[in-house]
Design a binder for this molecule. Sequence first.
Ligand code: NIG
Ligand code: FE
Length: 391
Amino acid sequence: MSSGVIDNIGTLLTNDPTVGEGPLGLIHNAALVFADSAVVWVGPRSQLPEGTAGERFDAAGRALIPGFVDSHAHLVFAGDRGPEFAARMSGQAYTAGGIRTTVAATRAASVDDLDVNMARLVAEALRSGTTTIECKSGYGLTVEDERRSLEVAARHTDEVTYLGAHVVAPEYAGRPDDYVDLVCTSMLDACAPHARWIDVFCERGAFDADQARAVLRAGAEHGLGARVHANQLGPGPGVQIAVEFDAASADHVSHIDAADLAALSGGNTVATLLPAAEFSTRAPYPDARRLLDAGVTVALAADCNPGTAYTTNIPFCIALAVREMGMTPDEAVWSATMGGARALRRHDVGRLGVGARADAQLLNAPSHVHFSYRPGVPLLSAVWRQGVRVV
Ligand code: NIG
Ligand code: FE
C-alpha cells in the first residue's frame, strides 16, 4: 500500500484525452495523486485537492509519463548469439533456424540460471522505464522444457505466453505435423495452467497456415488468448490468421500487402511493431505510417531475445520508429504505452488517468519528444510501480 503526490510536473502525459489536451491527454504544470497503488487524481497543480496524504515528490518541472508496456519479449533463455549477430553484420542472412542454438543452451541450463537471467532482463527493462513486460516461452520445445520456461516467466510477470510453436523441435526434424500435435496436446496440457496467451511463429521455416490455425484453435480450447508472430521475414498468411482468430496482436507485421492491411483495419487485432529486430537483422523496417493512416492500432515493443533483438530498451525502439518508420514522436510514445496495453488487452496500464495503476516514469526532460530528439541518452530519472518508487 502506498499513497502520495507527484507535484510540479512540467508535462503530464496521461493518454487520457478526456482529462488533457490531444490524444496523449497532456496536462501542463500538473500534479498526480495516487493511493493504494492506483491513480486517484490528475490535473493542474493549481487545482490539487487540499490535504492529500502521503509522500510528496517534486518533479521540478520535468515530464511524467506512463511506464512503458512492452508487449513482446522472449526472456527465458540461456546463451549468447553475439557471433551470429556479427556474421549477419558481415553479410549473412537471418533464418528462423538460429532459434535452435538457443534451444540447446536453454535445455542445458538449470531453472535457477534461467530465473536469474530473466530477473536480470526484467530489471534492465525497468531501468529504461518498462513497468509491464510480456514474456514468451519457445526455447524449450519439449513438454518439460516449455513448462519450466513458463514457470520461470510467471515468477516475473502476469503476461505469460506459451510459444511451443516457435520452431519445430530438433527431434521432430522432417515431421512438423507430429510436432504440432505435441504442441497442441500434452505440451499444451502442461503449459496452459501457467500462461494467459498462446503464440505461433507463422513464417517460412517455422509454421504454415494450417499448423498456425491448429495451434491457435487448441489454445483457445484451453482458454488461451491468441497472439501471432506474423509476416516478419516475408509475406505470408500470419496477419490474416491473427485477425481471423481475433488475436490481441499480430507481431512484426513487416511485410504486408493490401489484403493484410484491410484485415487489420477491419479487425480488433493490434499491429505490434518490433524495430529492434529489423535493426539487428539489417532488414527493412515496417511501414508504421501506412498502418496508422489505415486506422490500425499500433504498438511498439522491444522483442528482447538473444537472436534478433537483444535489447530491452524501448526508448531506442521509439527513436527508430520516429526516424525510420514514419511515426511522430507523439505516436511512438503512445504506441509504447497505450498501444502495448491494447496489445495485451489491458485497461489498467499504459495510461495515467484516474483508476489506472500508478506505473509512471519521470524523465530528465521537459517532454516525451526527447526520446527521439535525444536518441541514446538515458533520460530516466525515477520510476514508480503501483505507487512504489522502484528506480
Ligand atoms: O521475435 N521471430 C521469432 N522469434 C524471435 C527470434 C528468435 C530467435 O532468433 O532466437 C523474434 O524475432
Ligand atoms: Fe518475437
